[in-house]
Design a protein around this ligand. Structure first.
Ligand SMILES: Cc1ncc(COP(=O)(O)O)c(C=O)c1O
Length: 365
């Protein structure tokens, strides 16, 4: 079976984790600090604050920007549910702006239509590792004095003209095992702002700056040194992992060219897409539907994923909250998207097999 995702753990990861296990400090300690410093340097921000996962990173990022009851945060309906849920955790309301069809990322023009008095922040999600149009989004935010929290949970090392995602404003990353780099479970918030960083550190530590002195309501969202050790080793390899993903994506795109009914991912000059997912769209002119193609690929030993089958506003829990949005592009692409394996462990033989299997279903031999 060719899996849809595969974490790569080598000797360096094992050595660093064993070092932590023998050190006597296995909770949050010096390795977390070292990981934070290295990650901040990598992203190009002054600070990075490690957390227990990407969801808690998003939650703290929103709280640090003062998002709370009565506020609205504009985000995409076409994302993993954690993006929207982190807004609900703050007692604020996610407001959905539809996506651009070609990238499946939030459409800046649609953001403008959703801005109201209650709007406090914008949360763009760099879906599949492909940066959103940050120039347009930052301009909108500046015009309306809104905070921007980048959900970069899928976009480690992605960039626009060399500027990395997570450095345009406050960024949140996830290190879940399927991501481009992993710490097992883990997350991190990136920011240039000293005050925001200080608040994030307090919020992560039950609202305290000094041990057992609690100034605000906070949480235990700490990362362990065991996870940070993994993170340090993975970060050293991230550029290599990303280059392999990009090269695999180029290869697949060339191989899948010209199949009627298959749209391959769009790339734009100057925009570095790091292919957390390589997601094609299967439309009506392909001989089978998307789900049937996924079934055929599974039978052929090729794992696939649907990111995502149901847009957030259509999820039962959001429907129960009264969401009745009509977001036609998100609803359309949710029926078409299919992620193929793209991870760095794939061989040329694997890539040829994936492409040829799809070609055969598409009637090309
Ligand atoms: C876009 C997006 N946001 C948030 C998250 C949440 O991250 P985690 O699973 O580490 O809590 C994920 C992880 O899958 C994600 O893909």
């Amino acid at each position: 079976m060719i899996p849809i995702a595969k974490p790569i753990i080598g000797k360096r990861e094992k050595d660093l984790v064993l070092e932590v296990l023998s050190s006597g400090t296995i909770g949050q300690g010096p390795k977390v600090k070292e990981f934070e410093e290295r990650f901040a340097k990598y992203v190009g921000t002054k600070h990075a604050i490690a957390t227990s996962n990407g969801t808690t990173a998003l939650h703290l990022a929103l709280l640090a920007h003062g998002v709370g009851r009565g506020d609205e945060v504009i985000t995409t309906p076409f994302t993993f549910i954690a993006s929207a849920n982190s807004i609900l955790y703050c007692n604020a309301k996610p407001v959905y702006a539809d996506v651009e069809e070609a990238s499946c990322n939030i459409d800046p023009e649609k953001i403008k239509e959703k801005i109201r008095k209650k709007t406090k922040a914008i949360m763009p999600v760099h879906l599949y590792g492909n940066p959103c149009d940050m120039k347009a989004i930052m301009e909108i935010a500046e015009d309306h004095k809104l905070a921007v929290i980048e959900d970069a949970c899928q976009a480690h090392g992605a960039s626009i003209n060399g500027k990395k995602t997570g450095s345009f404003s406050t960024g949140a990353f996830s290190f879940y095992p399927t991501k481009n780099m992993t710490t097992g479970e883990g997350g991190i918030v990136t920011t240039d702002d000293d005050k925001t960083a200080e608040k994030l550190r307090m919020l992560r530590e039950h609202g305290s700056r000094i041990r057992y002195h609690h100034e605000i309501l906070g949480y235990n969202y700490r990362m362990t040194d065991i996870s940070a050790a993994l993170g340090i080793a993975q970060l050293e390899r991230l550029n290599g992992f990303n280059e392999a993903r990009i090269s695999n994506a180029d290869y697949l795109t060339r191989k899948l060219k010209g199949i009627d009914g298959i749209t391959t991912p769009r790339t734009i000059k100057g925009v570095k897409h790091v292919f957390h997912q390589y997601t094609i769209r299967v439309n009506g002119t392909f001989p089978t539907g998307r789900d049937k193609l996924a079934e055929i690929l599974k039978e052929a030993g090729i794992g696939t994923g649907i990111h995502y089958p149901v847009p957030v506003h259509k999820q039962p829990m959001y429907k129960k909250l009264g969401y009745k949005d009509n977001l036609p592009v998100a609803e359309k692409v949710a029926k078409q998207v299919l992620s193929l394996p793209i991870h760095p462990s794939l061989t040329t033989k694997d890539l040829n097999y994936i492409a040829n299997t799809i070609k055969e279903v598409g009637g090309i031999r």
